[in-house]
Design a protein around this ligand. Structure first.
Ligand code: UD1
Length: 435
């Protein structure tokens, strides 16, 4: 039987200066947003992750011409001939972010047909907020067992003003509603909108396209629809989640790392927690670039301190760094606590870390207490989602012996060659394919 896994061995302290790729969660939605335009857009700093490849397939299937210059991480998308409004079930099932095509398709064609999205196993992950928003803005929604058909009401029947209150600041719903509202008719206010850096990167792109978007105080985003949007050139923001993984890799192995592109102002709470653990963090280390907070340097403490943390919408602790941080806490002496408030089922990595000797008590689907141990032990583990794969690789770096991580497709979905970057810092990690 063929086997495909990442083999991680106990590694020396990692050291190095590492260049970051663009943020996966920004590029996926920005790729979807170009559906709103007619012509050629160019995106730079695009990561070569499996999810980006899926989004390319989605756009091509709709009729776009896409060229990915892998060497320069540059993506060219020509939407001139884009002529379909249905995202096929096999594409939808591979990646939840496919749902982000709906807002732009409605904006472009006035209709969209999609199956219910797939993706990571993080709980139910409904799309009810997206649907509620579309309805409020004048869409008719026909929900079938496995798919949903959305069409716009005639122009005259659509509202001139929509005030849409998000029950929870959902990233995807904010993005989808914003893209739909950018073109066509009326003014839309999204109240309790998500304000993640990736959402702000999308706003920057839509504004470059000619959209009229204002971020108001209190997490309110106002969008005044325009008639037409133009193609753009845009450089994707650096990936704060890749940055987090690299900082934790240096921290857990008691090494050091410098990330010249990392935006410290995108990850304040996470950096505060690393400092509270005793790690030495310097920010604004990159004086040559545009932003005063750009560049992060971490030198690990030899005796980290246990911490409590709770995930939440930005600017709180990011849910996508919960699992990787848990790996670090497994080998931090003292008792740490974690509360996951964003997703209802995002502690699946606990069972895998326990296989490696971690002392974790899981109280329910969202809360866990971790008693730091001196040592973890290599084991055969399975990645259950993108960020869980990162947690298991980090644990593998300090576990005695070797760790075999299957479910490697999750790792590939979220990270571009991160194992090569870790290896360049001294990690003993390699991909194994056995036929
Ligand atoms: C995005 C990110 C993901 C990150 C998450 C939270 C992308 C491609 N993915 O996912 O990496 O972990 O933000 O920062 O950008 N919810 C509903 N109904 C909805 C929509 C969401 O109940 O219609 C719930 C979800 O089940 C979840 C919470 O809202 O409990 C937050 O989800 P959301 O912010 O929408 O996450 P995504 O956009 O899917």
């Amino acid at each position: 039987m063929s086997q495909h896994y990442l083999l991680v061995k106990q590694s020396p302290p990692l050291h190095g200066t590492v260049q970051l790729v663009g943020a996966k969660n920004a590029v996926l939605v920005i790729m979807a947003s170009v559906i709103l335009t007619n012509g050629v857009s160019v995106l730079e700093n695009v990561p070569q992750s499996a999810d980006v490849m899926h989004m390319i397939i989605l756009l091509k299937d709709l009729g776009a011409l896409v060229h990915f210059d892998h060497h320069n991480n540059k993506l060219t998308i020509d939407t001139t001939a884009l002529n379909a409004y249905e995202v096929k079930p096999d594409i939808m099932n591979k990646m939840r972010a496919s749902i982000l095509a709906v807002g732009p398709l409605l904006g472009r064609f006035g209709k969209a047909k999609v199956a219910f999205p797939g993706g990571c196993l993080l709980g139910a992950r409904p799309i009810d907020y997206h649907i509620q928003g579309f309805k409020k803005m004048g869409a008719l929604v026909d929900t079938q067992e496995t798919s949903v058909n959305i069409t716009l009401k005639p122009y005259a029947e659509r509202p001139v003003y929509t005030r849409f209150i998000l029950e929870y600041p959902s990233v995807g719903a904010t993005e989808n509603i914003m893209m739909f509202a950018a073109i066509g008719k009326g003014t839309t206010e999204i109240i309790n909108a998500a304000i993640e850096p990736e959402v702000l990167d999308l706003i920057e792109c839509l504004t470059k396209m000619g959209a009229q978007i204002t971020c108001k105080e209190g997490q309110v985003i106002e969008i005044k629809a325009v008639e037409k949007l133009q193609p753009i050139s845009h450089r994707i923001i650096p990936d704060r989640l890749e940055a987090g993984a690299l900082l934790l890799a240096a921290a857990i192995t008691k090494g050091s790392v410098h990330l010249p592109q990392a935006r410290a102002d995108h990850m304040d709470v996470f950096l505060d927690k690393l400092s509270a653990m005793g790690h030495n963090i310097k920010t604004g280390t990159n004086k040559t670039l545009q932003y005063p907070h750009q560049g992060i340097q971490l030198t690990a403490t030899q005796n980290p301190i246990a911490i409590p943390f709770k995930t939440g919408p930005y600017p709180c602790f990011p849910t996508d760094l919960q699992a990787p941080t848990m790996a670090m806490l497994c080998v931090t002496s003292g008792t740490s606590t974690i509360e996951e408030t964003v997703f209802e089922n995002r502690l699946l990595h606990v069972k895998e870390l326990q296989k490696m000797g971690a002392q974790i008590t899981q109280h329910d689907q969202q809360k866990a207490t971790i008693r730091g141990v001196e040592s973890l032990y290599g084991a055969d583990v399975i990645a259950t989602d993108i960020r869980a794969s990162c947690a298991l690789v980090l644990a593998g770096l300090v576990a005695q012996g070797q760790t075999k991580m299957t479910g490697i497709h999750h790792w590939r979905r979220g990270y571009e060659k991160l194992e090569e970057k870790l290896a360049a810092m001294g990690a003993l990690i390699e991909e194994i394919i056995q036929q």
